[in-house]
Structures are given as structure tokens and as C-alpha cells.
Design a protein around this ligand. Structure first.
Ligand code: NI
Length: 254
């Protein structure tokens, strides 16, 4: 059986409180052997670390302040992240970024926090996992100021020109359930880029792939996304699994 990596699963979220171990068992049974846990903010961080410790062979936590968590206490939140980074090793910084969909009132603070964390990644030579919503132009503006920083553009929201630009800057395109949605722009992007530029992700519990759309998302659906890409690219699923797994391993150095 092919082995896969879910590069983006919030399995510590309360949506999984009733059956988390079963969710992980189902993922492992589908060959999803590694799950990267993207951080949100200090309210869920301890639970994330606990889960990572419980499944230390299969999970790796990132650290970072999510753009929708940028509130008045953002400087305090960033201090906590810096403290954690001094205490232990992480495989990457995330998820960080800019989100202008829900709220633009903290736009300047979002940009400040994003760039501050890009600076941390640059200093520590760590990859970043970037969340972008209605903000891709500003994301590129910020990235241009931090040369050498690379990572994943998670839940890639752009067109083929954006994708080429991201790939030129050393980024991987995060592909999840959205690719399976009807008329998805992401499917057009995936058709045109090489598999060496793609990593698989769920964003569980959100963005569930078809035909499970509407249900809670979980890491065991990664092969469903892989199969969809295999059909788009007219390539065996084994090749998708192997290539995207290697991409993620090389990126995170795991
Ligand atoms: Ni996420």
C-alpha cells in the first residue's frame, strides 16, 4: 500500500474529542503515516503538543500564530511562540499568513505578525506553512522581503500564474479537498504544474473532499485527494503518493 503524508490536519481540534483515536487509526489504515499539526494560537497549543506526544511516531507539530487569531493580544501571542522556539525543536512555522475574508480591521497587525514570523523562519532556517485568503498579492509582497524562506502555500487560492510565481520562490502548492469541488480553479492549476510541486493536505476538520463533502474532514481522506489528482494527471496513484510524500519529507526535513 502507498504511504502518504497529511501536511495539514488540525486533529487536536475539539471536533475530534469523541473519537480522536479512531480517526488516527483510520488514517494509519489508509497509509497516512505522518500527520503535520498546524498551530493556531495559545488556546489550543497545549492540546496540540499532547496529541503530538501521544503519537510521536506519526505526528509533528508546527508553531505559529494564525492570521484569524490576530487580536489585540497579538504581541503577547508572538512572545509565547518565541519562548516555545527557544525550548524545543520544531519542523516548521505555521500556520501563518493573511486572511482578509473574515476581517480586515486588523490588517496592519496581520501583516506585522506575518512578517515577524517570516523573520523567525528565516533566522531559524525553518519552512513556513502559509494561510492565504483574499490576500495573495500581499502575501507575495511580504515573501519578497524574506529571501530564502520557503514552504507551503496551504489551500492554494491562486491561478496558474500565482502558482508559477510561488514555485519560483521555492514554495510547494498545498492541495486538499477543494481540488475535488465542482469547477475548482485549483484543479486547473494542478493539471498544469508538476507533481514535484505538490503536497497533500486535508485541513481537517474543514474542507472535506467529494464525495464526503459536508461531513467532518479527517486525515484518512488523503488517498481520496490523491486519487483525484491521479485522475487529473493521468498518473498512477502510487506515483502521486511517493512524490508528494517525498516532497513533504524533504521540505520539513523529516
Ligand atoms: Ni489550517
Amino acid at each position: 500500500m502507498s504511504s502518504f503524508i497529511d501536511t495539514h490536519g488540525h486533529l487536536y481540534a475539539e471536533e475530534f474529542d469523541n473519537d480522536r483515536d479512531e480517526v488516527v487509526a483510520r488514517a494509519l489504515a489508509q497509509g497516512v503515516e505522518t500527520i503535520i499539526l498546524p498551530d493556531i494560537d495559545s488556546t489550543t497549543r497545549e492540546r496540540m503538543f499532547q496529541l503530538e506526544a501521544e503519537y510521536s511516531n506519526n505526528m509533528h507539530a508546527l508553531i505559529g500564530l494564525h492570521p484569524t487569531s490576530i487580536k489585540n493580544n497579538y504581541k503577547q501571542e508572538i512572545k509565547l511562540i518565541e519562548k516555545e522556539l527557544l525550548q524545543r525543536q520544531f519542523i516548521g512555522i505555521g500556520e501563518i499568513g493573511l486572511d482578509y475574508y473574515w476581517d480586515t480591521s486588523m490588517r496592519d497587525e496581520q501583516i506585522y505578525s506575518f512578517e515577524y514570523q517570516l523573520g523567525l523562519a528565516q533566522d531559524l532556517h525553518l519552512p513556513v506553512v502559509i494561510h492565504s485568503r483574499k490576500s495573495l498579492d500581499d502575501i507575495f509582497l511580504s515573501l519578497k522581503r524574506f529571501s530564502g524562506v520557503h514552504g507551503i502555500l496551504h489551500c492554494f487560492p491562486g491561478d496558474i500564474n500565482h502558482a508559477k510565481r510561488a514555485i519560483d520562490m521555492g514554495f510547494k502548492i498545498g492541495v486538499g479537498g477543494v481540488v475535488t469541488f465542482k469547477n475548482a480553479k485549483l484543479a486547473e492549476v494542478v493539471k498544469e504544474i508538476g507533481i514535484e510541486n505538490i503536497v497533500l493536505e486535508t485541513d481537517a476538520p474543514y474542507l472535506t473532499p467529494a464525495p464526503y463533502r459536508g461531513k467532518r474532514n479527517e486525515s484518512s481522506y488523503i488517498p481520496v485527494i490523491g486519487e483525484f489528482i491521479a485522475n487529473l494527471k493521468k498518473t498512477p496513484i502510487e506515483y502521486i503518493a511517493e512524490t508528494t510524500t517525498n516532497n513533504a519529507k524533504n521540505l520539513f526535513n523529516i
